[in-house]
Ligand binder design. Sequence first.
Ligand code: CAA
Length: 257
Amino acid sequence: MFETIETRNEGNVTLITLSRPDALNALNAQLMGELTQAVKQAEEDTAIGAIVITGSEKAFAAGADIKEMADLEFSQVFNEDKVSAAMDEITRCRKPIIAAVAGYALGGGCELAMMCDFIIAADTAKFGQPEITIGVIPGIGGTQRLTRFIGKSKAMEMCLTGRMMGAEEAERAGLVSRIVPAAELVSNALEVAQRIAEFSRPVVMMAKECVNRAYETTLTEGVLFERRVFNSVFALEDQKEGMTAFVEKRKAAFKNR
Ligand code: CAA
């Protein structure tokens, strides 16, 4: 049983809700451990095709837990490093993960959202890397992922000033894929996740792998990787079913093989 998150399955989607209301969902070691476990469970569950991670109306997550970190020494953060290890597990998940963000997504909260495959933002969302204001720097990918999402100038400004960015600016800058009214955030994210979960699972995972490859390699290598994956989908029954269904003007019934 989890104490700092809640999980429930809706259709073919697992919804994970961060739940430390007294600390604006600050990411402590327990929450990160539970989140990793929940993501792993969803990944192993063959009925599940996509995952949504959300927080509360006020905060997706207001960062790593400052109270837990305040007295740590170098040797502890270096030797133990539990939060980063947990975060790495999340980026290893092969099923799509959508971050549904309302309110604050700051520091580690913004970094967690960026580790998901895409971000749907409520109109109330506020993103930022305010670590500089408390005498540290982003520690779980913020300087790297934010720069890739929104470019050097804006990322540098965010990291050096600690200022927050509202939902509209975040959408303009390419950090979020869409903005929805706060009241519809979770239902909208679940709908998008369910749509993804109904496609061929191996093909969805291959598409995710290919898009992620764009961040890790040159254009020529990335395009070659994509072409080889594209070639390989023709070994799947789902490719035959998808194309036959199109020709026969009916909805495809994918079997995930
Ligand atoms: N860690 C621990 N506790 C936190 C927290 C955090 N990151 N953010 C908020 N809280 C706690 C507050 O201490 C407070 O608890 P108490 O009532 O026990 O004092 C409670 O959550 C509510 O917060 P506030 O009273 O501050 O709420 P507010 O509405 O006045 O302000 C806020 C909201 C602007 C988000 C403010 O809470 C804030 O600035 N939080 C810290 C943001 C931050 O600096 N995040 C970066 C953390 S470092 C990091 O993430 C490093 C990394 O990359 C790995």
